[in-house]
Design a protein around this ligand. Structure first.
Ligand SMILES: [Zn+2]
Length: 425
């Protein structure tokens, strides 16, 4: 006999106390939503069986014979893979609260970690069960420690892929002082040439980096214009050294030239791509480099500068971004879902998905980006990103159908991580 449906509520109070859950026998769940999005396709009438933290069965009819199976009726709901945030900074908080410079220079590492703990929890509760965290921006290797604390069950949070410090060309990055004698700590690791670049990559790997992030261009040109930083040869060297350790290089780049160098070097993703044109997007498609567009970052910064959403004229930055995103879609570039969250509020990650739709992407494609596509591009598809037998049971259930209305992704009914309920409403 199955446990009655209402009994699943009984388990909830213990859910955020990982140790309590650890000591309990594994719970078997039969989840019965109206439909299942498997990461690629929507299936009406499917259900999902979770056992031992894994997805044990998926399909239109599953018979759960075990006496310990908790059946969860999810009428009117859609079940999806736990979402994957492609570009987060758990060690940053919105710039309209505190400027980036002040976060790096005036907030203690303890404060930044305390904030990151809150951000990690907010992210998980919003249904984002995995994040690719692209740089601590001055908080050294603390993302590695945060990831370990989450892994040990000390605090709730998403599983993390971490970049640690990120790498910039000497002189290009901030915070800066106009007094030459003052050497301010930087928001990333500076390297002055090939030898330092190689040493820094290996150091970051040794400290626990899952990937290497380079800033391929920055506002360091004449009159603060955005200009490339690393040479093509330096980028290629970074890719060779990083790839030989089995890791990926991701590059922050907004200019066509910064993007072109990164693409030819063989990086896996380009972050932002704000000034990308048709030619550079065609090259991305040709070389199989994915774009993480971070629409929500620009959208948020424009508002911090006084723009009211919905009012005309739209700031140049927004107009330009809509144009370049359309060009990327037209070139059929692989699009990741990643908002640069931290620039805006952690837990509000869905903002990026809503903007992807607003800027011209199909709703079902946005769901694919946030699940299977991100998992494939980030090299984690053997564990997460799909509703498929054998994968970890990282699951999100929302009310309604987000393929018809992307905003439903916020109407959370439950979040499950490795087969444990972590959020129910
Ligand atoms: Zn970023």
């Amino acid at each position: 006999m199955r446990l009655p449906t209402f009994l699943f509520c009984f388990f909830i109070p213990a859910l955020l106390t990982a140790q309590v859950v650890e000591s309990m026998p594994p719970i078997v769940y039969l989840l019965k939503p109206d439909r299942v999005f498997d990461g690629e396709v929507m299936h009406e009438g499917w259900m999902v069986l979770v056992m031992g933290g894994k997805i044990a069965a998926v399909g239109p009819s599953i018979t759960a014979s075990s006496r310990t199976t908790a059946v969860i009726e999810l009428k009117g709901c859609t079940l999806l893979p736990g979402l994957i945030e492609g570009h987060s900074h758990l060690f940053l908080h919105p710039y309209d609260e505190t400027t980036w410079d002040d976060q790096v220079l005036k907030e203690s590492r303890a404060e930044r970690t305390a904030r990151a703990v809150n951000h990690a929890k907010a992210t998980l509760l919003a249904g984002f069960t995995t994040v690719r965290d692209l740089g601590t921006e001055g908080a050294m290797y603390d993302d590695v420690g945060l990831k370990k604390a989450i892994g040990k069950g000390i605090i709730p949070g998403p599983r993390m892929l971490v970049a640690t410090r990120a790498i910039v060309a000497t002189g290009s990055y901030g915070p800066k002082s106009e007094v030459a004698e003052i050497h301010l700590p930087k928001g990333a690791a500076e390297v002055g040439g090939p030898e330092e670049l190689v040493r820094e990559i290996r150091t970051q790997i040794g400290q626990g980096a899952d990937l290497i992030k380079l800033y391929g261009d920055y506002r360091w040109g004449l009159h603060e214009a955005t200009q490339p930083t690393f040479t093509e040869a330096e980028m290629a060297l970074a890719v060779t050294v990083t790839k030989s350790s089995g890791r990926q290089v991701v590059v922050h780049a907004s200019t066509p030239e910064g993007m072109r160098r990164a693409i030819l070097a063989g990086v896996s993703t380009i972050e932002h791509g704000d000034k990308g044109d048709s030619a550079v997007f065609r090259l991305m498609k040709e070389r199989g480099v994915a774009l993480c567009p971070t629409l929500a970052a620009g959208h948020s910064v424009a508002q911090y500068k006084g723009w009211k959403v919905g009012t005309l004229p739209e700031p140049d930055r927004i107009v330009e971004k809509k144009k370049s995103f359309a060009a990327a879609l037209a070139a059929n570039v692989t699009i990741c879902m990643g908002g640069d969250v931290g620039v805006f509020t952690h837990g509000d990650n869905a903002k990026e998905m809503e903007l992807m739709v607003e800027y011209g992407m199909k709703q079902i494609d946005v769901l694919r980006s946030a699940t299977a596509v991100n998992a494939d591009v980030f090299g984690i598809s053997a564990t997460v990103g799909r509703i498929r037998v054998g994968l970890d049971a990282d699951i999100l259930v929302v009310e309604g159908n987000p393929a018809d209305n992307i905003a439903q992704i916020r109407a959370i009914r439950l979040v499950m991580q490795r087969g444990r309920l972590v959020n129910t409403r």
